[in-house]
Design a protein around this ligand. Structure first.
Ligand code: ARG
Length: 591
């Protein structure tokens, strides 16, 4: 999906281009051979390898011959036909025709130095799409914003950041649940408690979740109230002012609460809630009906989909619309009005079937191509549960739900306590302590979530995520700060060194670190196109490990190689910072 012309940072893509030329020379009659280039997992034989020989050999054999005796011979030919390039130091053929490539040290060093001068954005992946929607966070009005929404917020933000870095215009959509029958009871309860509605403000209502509970109680206990609530829904949907105003007020209160979480996490979102799509629903359903997709079933209107044992209900038996009607319409809107080419939904795995059904309906309707990887396309990014220490769904002792704001507060205050324990308050300003505590605390919460494959459940544990050992944000942030301090201690002006200095990768550990730095672009692209932030986390952790090894075996300050090594330190810090940025983590510069 990438545009190779501009992928200067993506070593894998650059090599693929070289191998493409070789393949054309090796088998000129085969026109559709895509080069298969991968990074080598065992560095012993090379840095990258081309794995085309075996498949190509079978293909030629299938066509009744070919000039090769076996896959190794194909590999030999691919190697022989490689054009001259400064990227490659040497090649060898191993096993059934794998062509191993050892990159040239000189080229590697030169590329890193170029990145130092031109900036890390030159290593950004280039994707073939222009615009994407990331639908994430999306809590429900008047209900708790729970840890599942926190996961969606963190994962969705990272995906949006990776796409934005890759030059995609991202519409960050907060698809809040701001519509539905629950508003009838909320509004009636509001009128009951506050006859003079104009005078009501946020503090008067207090805790909106408690308010929700109380109105639900009324709804369940009192049939007369229930009836009024049901009528209120109709009046709200009919657009009656008093009802619209009450609804808007309830939404505004919830929104303020959500925003306090987003602000802390530094997450940008644009709200286009369920209600936004209401006006478009009837015509979208009509269109699907005209195409013959919608059928009557038990009073409801549904779409039957092959492979699913339940139909997708698009109009309920009472004539009302539901979650699916809204999602179908939102998809239509995003494709046709917003011209998004990739629409990504971040929710818990529990909603997977819902999205599969919506996507399938859209394919049958011809809104989306049926081929899996063609654009426009949709993806559901599912994630597992957050568990407590007891292995059950995460809850706190005092309340049944975990208030996200409390969670973030605790992460911050814990990391602040550590800083104070280390007596940082002696030479840091109050502000510095505060900012560092926030960066470390919130970073820890985010990283603990992102580092696992999102589909697995993970256990929420403050001690673990705030530990300065192991694969944690704290460890990584400290590692970055340490690199910054090495550079500071050298007393050298790195900006000057970038312009005048020379970088070389003579020592084995310098080379390993350099190679890892050069893999940044392909890793971001992989994490981004597969929608798997944990790939980037793993990269970052390994980067930090490779740096440690380099630093313990290669003296930096005062050595003959000081300039080159300081440049390598700076490049590592730059790549780390970009990783932090993509993960939504604020870096710290001193510890
Ligand atoms: N409000 C939903 C929930 O809390 C999530 C919405 C996800 N986005 C969507 N387009 N359905 O579960």
């Amino acid at each position: 999906m990438a545009n190779d012309e501009e992928n200067v940072g993506n070593v894998k893509k650059l090599l693929a281009r070289v191998f493409e030329l070789s393949l054309q020379a090796t088998v000129p009659d085969e026109t559709d051979v895509e080069p298969i280039v991968t990074a080598s997992t065992v560095g012993r034989f090379g840095d990258y390898q081309c794995n085309n020989a075996m498949g190509l050999f079978s293909k030629l054999k299938g066509k009744g011959g070919g000039q090769f005796r076996g896959p190794p011979a194909v590999g030999q030919a691919i190697m022989k036909n490689l054009p001259q390039t400064e990227m490659i130091e040497s090649c060898s053929v191993a096993g059934p025709g794998f062509v191993n490539v050892v990159l040239s040290n000189k080229w590697m060093a030169k590329s890193i130095l170029k990145m130092l001068l031109d900036g890390i954005d030159t290593w950004a992946p280039k994707l073939s799409i222009k615009r994407a929607v990331v639908d994430f966070s999306s809590p429900n009005i008047a209900k708790e914003m729970h840890v599942g929404h926190l996961r969606s917020t963190i994962i969705g933000d990272t995906i949006a950041r990776m796409l934005e870095f890759s030059h995609v215009d991202v519409l960050r959509r907060n698809h809040v649940g701001d519509w539905g029958t629950q508003f009838g009871m909320l509004i009636e309860h509001l009128f009951e408690k506050f006859p003079n509605i104009e005078a009501v403000n946020e503090t008067a209502i207090g805790d909106l979740q408690a308010f929700y509970k109380a109105s639900k109680q009324r709804f369940d206990d009192d049939s007369e109230f229930k009836e009024r609530a049901q009528k209120a829904v109709v009046r709200l949907q009919g657009g009656e002012k008093r009802y619209r105003d009450a609804w808007a007020q309830i939404c505004a209160i919830s929104r303020r609460e959500f925003d306090s979480v987003y602000k802390r996490l530094k997450v940008e979102l644009e709200e286009k809630g369920e209600s936004f799509y209401n006006p478009f629903i009837p015509s979208v359903i009509e269109g699907l009906t005209n195409q013959g997709l919608v059928e009557e079933s038990e009073g409801a209107r549904v779409i039957f989909l092959e492979g699913f044992n339940i139909p997708l209900i698009v109009v309920k038996s009472d004539g009302g619309y539901n979650y699916a009607s809204t999602d179908l319409t939102a998809l239509w809107y995003r494709l046709n009005e917003e011209k998004a080419e990739w629409i990504i939904y971040v929710t818990d795995v529990g909603q997977q079937q819902h999205f599969e059904m919506v996507f399938k309906a859209a394919k049958i309707a011809g809104w989306l191509p049926t081929e899996a990887n063609k654009y426009p396309r949709t993806s559901h990014v599912g994630f597992g549960l957050v568990l407590g220490e007891d292995g059950k769904r995460f809850r706190t002792r005092s309340t049944e739900v975990v208030r996200l704001v409390d969670l973030l507060d605790e992460a911050k205050s814990r990391s602040k306590a550590v800083l104070e324990e280390r007596e940082k308050d002696k030479d840091w300003t109050k502000e510095e302590i505060d900012q560092t505590a926030e960066a470390v605390g919130y970073g820890a919460v985010k990283y603990a979530d992102l580092k696992n494959n999102r589909l697995t459940n993970y256990t929420f544990n403050f001690d673990q995520m705030l530990s300065d050992k192991g694969n944690t944000a704290v460890y990584l942030l400290y590692a970055h700060a340490r690199i910054c301090s090495i550079i500071r201690k050298s007393g050298k002006d790195v900006e000057e060194l970038k312009k005048t200095g020379v970088l070389s990768l003579e020592h084995q550990d310098e080379r390993v670190l350099g190679l890892h730095l050069l893999r940044f672009s392909e890793i971001v692209e992989e994490a981004c196109t597969n929608l798997l932030p944990n790939i980037l986390c793993e990269y970052l952790y390994n980067l930090s490990e490779n740096f440690s090894k380099f630093y313990s075996n290669c003296q930096v300050i005062g050595s003959a190689e000081e300039t080159s090594r300081l440049l390598l330190c700076e490049a590592t810090a730059m790549v780390m910072r970009k990783c932090f940025f993509l993960l939504g983590i604020t870096p710290v510069y001193k510890i």
